[in-house]
Design a protein around this ligand. Structure first.
Ligand code: GLU
Length: 444
């Protein structure tokens, strides 16, 4: 069987870490097995969906390297949902209801006060045609509920193992609102059937929906796909993901300077038994993904892990890959420079400050002018790759300084900072002229 999954975001907001993880797990699962990934824009709610959010979702997925094999808009498929609704009505599984939300509220309160579960009582099933006509004459429009079988719906969940939902304890779900809007439940099933979706992978907050949706799959003649309900993301301390992190958009993460591979490695591997290391590519993450590696416990989202993976991705980045981005920041000082400074990067944009050490201006920190003068006196005429060992030996002989007492003042003078890249590589790149000026205390 060839695998086909779908990611079905609503274009009513930006992609954030939670829904991107859902997209990613779908993508990894499918692409690890040469399957297909469908992007299905869930825009049946025309009033809340925008073209801008839809474009943003595509930009973010592409930036993260999660390309799609097919793309659909649910708003272009209303005729399919109408047809399915008609079939369900004909089969007696979709029935018209006329209660207002106030009436439903009142009934729920009465049920609760009697210690009964607040489940819809199916009063509408008993309405006669005359009663329905009277409601219509009053100007009421029906909403439509799916008549559940009221049974134990069971499936083998790829993430949770054996799963069961008792639909007898649920209200018949509303599939079509009184204003004619299709809620997500039915279109999702219709599309999963018609698009040959083999696996539905989503958050564990959908488990109850799945009970109802499996009944809808069956009522429409299936096939019923396999399901996986992933544990939700939690914060580093195991409590609910903070509002700030939970709503952090991919666009904001891009602006904060995170590498796409750091984000996908983090979100793709937390909550699994794979080590939290940066992957070679998003495809490589897919190749090593398996639901058997995903535990039942929630996945901890820790910014410190993400930062570590981001640095790791930069430290391993080839100059060929970095070059266009260095050029864009006007900081491409060649492959040797890149190799010397990449271990110092936390975020890519840090290169600018490091390039400025080489080309200046740097305001030197001269703590001991006599030491600086002595170092200048023994500075070799020719500054090349051999400069550092030759020069530092000479400074050591001239001043008696050694170890940290030798290297730290030189670093402070040459770079203006107490930590930074490997001086043996960087010092020759600074060039003799600027070294001389900095030794003299001049900004250069
Ligand atoms: N648009 C739905 C959501 O984001 C899709 C759920 C699903 O994957 O079935 O909740």
């Amino acid at each position: 069987m060839s695998v086909k999954v779908r990611f079905a975001p609503s274009p009513t907001g930006k992609l954030h870490v939670g829904n991107v993880r859902t997209a990613l797990v779908n993508w990894m699962f499918a692409k690890g097995q040469g399957g297909k990934f469908v992007l299905r824009i869930d825009d049946t709610d025309l009033a809340r969906s925008t073209a801008e959010f839809e474009q943003g979702i595509e930009t973010d997925l592409a930036w993260l390297g999660m390309y799609w094999d097919e793309r659909h808009n649910q708003s272009k498929r209303f005729d399919r949902y109408e047809a399915a609704a008609e079939r369900l009505k004909a089969a007696g599984r979709l029935y018209a209801c006329y209660e207002t939300s106030e009436e439903l509220d009142r009934r729920r309160k009465v049920q609760l006060s009697r210690g009964l579960p607040p489940v819809y009582d199916r009063a509408a099933l008993d309405l006669t045609d005359a009663e329905k006509a009277a409601y219509e004459a009053e100007g009421r429009r029906p909403h439509w509920r799916f008549k559940l079988d009221g049974k134990r719906v069971a499936w083998e969940d790829m993430a949770r193992g054996h799963a069961e939902v008792d639909t007898a304890s649920m209200s018949d779900p509303v599939l079509i609102r009184e204003d004619g809007l299709f809620l997500y439940t039915l279109p999702s099933v219709v599309d999963d059937i018609e698009m040959d979706i083999t696996h539905v992978i989503r958050g564990e907050d959908h488990v109850t929906n799945t009970g109802a949706q499996i009944e809808i799959f069956e009522a429409l003649g299936g096939p019923v796909p396999a399901f996986a309900h992933m544990p939700l993301l939690v914060g580093e301390d195991g409590s609910a993901l903070s509002k700030r992190l939970g709503s952090l958009s991919i666009q904001e993460m891009r602006e904060l300077g995170y590498e796409p591979i750091a984000i996908t490695s983090h979100l793709g591997r937390i909550g699994t038994s794979d080590p939290l290391e940066v992957g070679a590519s998003v495809q490589a993450l897919g190749d090593s993904f398996a639901f058997s590696k995903m535990g039942r416990s929630p996945a901890r989202y820790d910014t410190a892990d993400l930062d570590r993976l981001n640095a790791q991705a930069l430290h391993a980045m080839d100059h060929k890959v970095a070059q266009p981005r260095l050029a864009e920041l006007d900081a491409d000082l060649g492959e040797d420079f890149w190799n010397a400074i990449r271990p110092n990067l936390q975020k890519f944009a840090d290169v600018v400050e490091l390039a400025n050490i080489v080309r200046g201006p740097v305001t030197p920190v001269v703590e001991d002018p006599a030491f600086a003068a002595a170092a200048l006196a023994v500075l070799p005429e020719t500054v090349d790759e051999t400069l550092w060992p030759t020069w530092t030996n000479a400074v050591k002989e001239a001043t008696g300084a050694k170890g940290k007492g030798l290297f730290m003042p030189l670093r402070l003078i040459l770079t203006g900072q107490s930590h930074g890249p490997d001086m043996a590589t960087i010092a020759p790149m600074i060039g003799r002229e600027r070294i001389v000026k900095r030794l003299q205390g001049e900004t250069a």
